[in-house]
Design a protein around this ligand. Structure first.
Ligand code: PLP
Length: 341
């Protein structure tokens, strides 16, 4: 396979169409075989459930080239399981988990020329998603659905090192108590667009959302979970029914305990505690961990001791270990790495 002529190191995080995508249709109570297609366009009814009542969910995961030249995918079974949860909550039909992983593998194989080479810092981002595709005008679940997976090469998240970011405490909520915050529904993102643009207009990189019921506990940002480190080297990560269970965060918790021998607390985290932490990071597939240097609560600044120049020491160790596992430099836990070819 000859790689595409792409300037991998200078790729951004944008959509670059690739050769093939997977599509399967659900009709009369069953999924069809599914197929790879060259057509990047979706044609659906003007009255489709997704267009009228936002019945849609998605996933995000990555394929990489490891140090020894294999193409691998990181924990796709976890994304399949999470999409199952999303589908159930949104009254959508589950796409069988084993076939889900097979479909992801088929997309990576069909686009192997777009998987960035080892060492470039770039990766192949995979976007599985499902939506109600038939006409729905009364409010009820769609009868027909489409499940699709496309991929797009994305550049290194941090060009020239990870610079800590500044975030603000948001006055908006990301999710309702007992709402859809714990699933990957497109509608959660639609709601977050105004608050994130407002944050940017005010000079902040991200929003910290507090728990919607009491506004005293830390939840997450629009698209990443929090991870804190205490002054005595313990890892603390918020636990709540309304945060999205990040696979990166769950992997980092395992790495902290089993690879680095750190103590980890998964518990409610009060905003009042944040000023006492030594390090703070945001975890998600896109960046693995983005360090946070400053948190601003209505004009009151909390400066994280690790500062605005680099990641905290333990955050860096977590980052290096997890990316080492993903890139094949460090032995992975059983079942974490799906080898494609
Ligand atoms: C996808 C997502 C994350 C990150 O999850 P990963 O599985 O680590 O990529 C965190 N928060 C929200 C709201 C998300 O949608």
């Amino acid at each position: 396979m000859e790689k595409k002529n792409i300037d991998w190191s200078n790729l951004g995080f944008g959509y670059v169409p690739t050769d093939k995508r997977f599509v399967s249709n659900y009709k009369n109570g069953a999924w069809d075989e599914g197929t790879l297609t060259s057509d990047p366009n979706v044609v659906i009814s003007e009255c489709a459930g997704v267009l009228q009542y936002s019945q849609s969910c998605f996933e995000g995961l990555k394929a990489y080239t490891t140090e020894d030249g294999h193409i691998v995918i990181f924990r796709p079974d976890m994304n399949a399981a999470r999409m199952k949860d999303s589908c159930k909550r949104l009254e959508m039909p589950v796409y069988p988990e084993d076939k889900w992983v097979e479909a992801v593998v088929s997309v990576v194989k069909a686009n192997d020329a777009y998987v960035p080479p080892y060492g470039s810092g770039a990766t192949l981002y995979l976007r599985p998603y499902m939506f109600g595709s038939d006409a729905v005008i009364g409010v009820h679940p769609s009868a027909e659905y489409q499940f699709r997976i496309f991929c797009t090469p994305v550049g290194p998240y941090f060009k020239g090192g990870a610079k800590p970011i500044t975030i603000r405490v948001s006055d908006y909520d990301r999710a309702a108590p007992h709402g859809t915050g714990n699933i990957k529904a497109g509608l959660n993102y639609a709601m977050s667009l105004y608050p994130i643009m407002e944050a940017h207009r005010q000079g902040f990189d991200e929003n910290m959302y507090l728990d919607p019921a009491t506004r005293t506990k830390v939840e997450e940002t629009g698209g990443a979970n929090f991870l804190f480190v205490t002054k005595d080297g313990k890892v603390v990560t918020p636990k709540s029914d309304s945060i999205l269970p990040s696979i990166t965060r769950r992997s980092l918790v395992y790495v902290a305990r089993e690879y680095l021998g750190l103590e980890v607390e998964e518990r409610e985290v009060y905003f009042d505690e944040v000023k006492d932490f030594a390090e703070c990071g945001l975890c998600g597939t896109a960046a693995v961990i983005s360090p946070v240097g400053k948190i601003v609560d209505h004009g009151k600044e909390i400066c994280i001791p690790s500062g605005m120049e680099k990641m905290g020491e333990i955050t860096q160790k977590l980052y290096d270990t997890l990316t080492g596992i993903q890139m094949g430099r460090i032995k992975a836990p059983e079942g974490w790495i799906k080898v494609v070819e």
